[in-house]
Write a protein that binds this ligand. Structure first.
Ligand SMILES: Cc1cc2nc3c(=O)[nH]c(=O)nc-3n(C[C@H](O)[C@H](O)[C@H](O)COP(=O)(O)OP(=O)(O)OC[C@H]3O[C@@H](n4cnc5c(N)ncnc54)[C@H](O)[C@@H]3O)c2cc1C
Ligand code: SF4
Length: 474
């Protein structure tokens, strides 16, 4: 067994782990950070979906929830974690969410300085209209015609060329993901990175204090451990080690379920040309419904289209005239993760109220597209025919049940929630696992609830705060 010693051992190099590793290494602590995935230099990122899905994602991106409906929940597995394959959208935690955390979980978080720091590190900038793509322009045009609020998204990029393949790694090296920003800075400050190592054991000693981690022939002895394996794997790791034994462990999973609708236009759209997620409409954000761009290269379109044979061929021949956009819901349902023979099983049932929100969001999107000149809108709701002639009647009249929707989700959160109330929180407000001193959680698992916006910089801001807390106590 190879044994290393550190002041802090960090598990995972995604949005949470990379930030903690860099901040603590720069504070002068000996940091060892362990990642199950591999390091992917930019020249190996080919942007071909069928190759990159296997290389950069866990289970080739086919992680699925059990429930109604089953939901594909892709997770990154690489240096940079899921930030390597994400769309780069950056939203700060909305004020209404922080207020809820204060009221329900006694968390009084002022994250402004942490957000400032994260956004500086990641170079968060607004998408320039010339890179946003025609797919976004059509939604901008339609939303403007209906007087709906929206805007170009803020993203962590430097030199983005709008190649449209963010979900398969960025071959231009433009995306400022955690593996390209925080991890190199952590290493420059002396942190040690082990890749291809899956941590299975969390070691504890006298009085229940953490003493280190172990897995795949590697052991790291450390008086502080930060788990940042993501909201699916962190609770499974805790449960497998009989730690964090709170009734809340593995529960309270929110995922921001999302779906994509398509529209046919007479004009060319070329949805793979431009930043895939470049524009949003937040007219229904107060009701937990966000419209955000979602696009990808033609191979992705071909794979993601639930048709086959001549129908599939006909659709692909018209692919240049297709538009696509996403609807994301701030979910009220809560799922759970449990560990079965070392693998997490994810259970999630969409709430009927959230199905109704999808119906509202999709109807608004259809109206936006029709206002922009769409000939036909296809919504991912079983039993609803393609909408034509500017009318959304068949969608409005439908009784949309959870099982009628085709969904994906990209934002698992909350499975080891922080709360001042021990009955609700696996973690205390300083993100320490109750009952195990020195053991912390610094990833999406700690986030108390769904946010209604994309979570990466919320996780990074919380991780920055956690690193400051640990550094002050060493
Ligand atoms: C396609 C896609 C697009 C997205 N787009 C956006 C976006 O535009 N904006 C946004 O804000 N969010 C986006 N997200 C979500 C965002 O990337 C995640 O919320 C965020 O990265 C989660 O951070 P994390 O630290 O919790 O986990 P991750 O970033 O997933 O990192 C966890 C890491 O831990 C490693 N790990 C797991 N178990 C172990 C173990 N036992 N031992 C060692 N290592 C382990 C994993 O391999 C992984 O690298 C997107 C997600 C996806 C899938
Ligand atoms: S649009 Fe292309 S260049 Fe820009 S971040 Fe995404 S993959 Fe990189």
């Amino acid at each position: 067994m190879r044994t290393l010693r550190a002041d802090v051992a960090v598990v995972g190099t995604g949005a949470g782990g990379a930030v903690v590793a860099k901040e603590l290494a720069e504070a002068g602590l000996r940091v060892v950070v362990v990642e199950e995935g591999a390091w992917h230099p930019v020249e190996t990122l080919t942007a071909r979906p069928r190759d990159m899905l296997v290389e950069l994602y866990r289970d080739a991106g086919q992680t699925v929830t059990i429930g109604s409906p089953p939901i594909v929940l892709p997770l990154g597995r690489a240096v940079g974690g899921t930030t390597l394959v994400n769309s780069g959208t950056c939203f700060r935690t909305p004020g209404r969410v922080l207020a809820r955390w204060r009221a329900e979980d006694g968390l009084d978080l002022d994250l402004d300085l942490d957000f400032d720091r994260v956004e500086r590190e990641l170079n968060v900038v607004e998408v320039p209209p010339e890179l946003a793509g025609r797919n976004a322009e059509l939604v901008r045009r339609g939303a403007a015609a209906l007087g709906l609020s929206g805007g170009y998204l803020r993203r962590n990029v430097r030199g983005c060329v709008g190649s449209g393949v963010c979900a398969y790694g960025c071959p231009a090296g433009a995306k400022q993901h955690a593996g390209a920003t925080y991890v190199p800075k952590a290493l420059a400050a002396g942190a040690q990175l082990l890749t291809g190592v899956r941590i299975r054991r969390i070691r504890t000693g006298r009085g229940g204090a953490v003493t280190g981690i172990e897995g795949d022939g590697v052991r790291v002895d450390a008086p502080r451990v930060v788990l940042a394996a993501g909201a699916i794997h962190t609770p499974a790791l805790l449960a497998a080690n009989r730690l964090g034994r709170s009734p809340a462990l593995g529960r309270n999973l929110s995922i921001h379920p999302a779906t994509a609708a398509r529209a046919r236009f007479d004009e060319e759209v070329v949805l793979w040309d431009g930043v895939p997620q470049s524009y949003f409409v937040d007219a229904l954000a107060g009701d937990g419904i966000m419209l955000e761009g979602i696009a990808g290269p033609p191979d992705y379109l071909a794979m993601a289209t639930p048709r086959h044979g001549p129908e599939h061929r006909e659709l692909m021949l018209d692919a240049r005239r297709l538009a696509q956009f996403g609807v994301m819901v701030s979910d009220t349902a809560r799922g759970g993760v449990r560990s079965a023979r070392g693998r997490p099983l994810i259970r999630y049932d969409l709430a009927p109220a959230d199905a109704t929100r999808f119906q509202r969001g999709l109807e608004l999107l259809a109206r936006i597209w029709f206002a922009a000149g769409a000939r036909e809108v296809v919504v991912p709701v079983a039993g609803v025919p393609p909408l034509r002639d500017g009318g959304t009647g068949p969608l409005r009249a439908a009784r949309v049940r959870p099982r009628d929707l085709t969904l994906m989700a990209f934002h698992p959160l909350g499975t080891a929630r922080a709360s001042a109330d021990p009955a609700r929180g696996v973690l205390d407000p300083d993100l320490q696992v109750r009952g195990t001193s020195g053991l912390y959680v610094g990833d999406g698992a700690a986030v108390p609830s769904s946010l209604g916006v994309n979570p990466q910089i919320t996780i990074m801001a919380l991780a920055t705060r956690l690193a400051g807390h640990i550094a002050c106590r060493v």
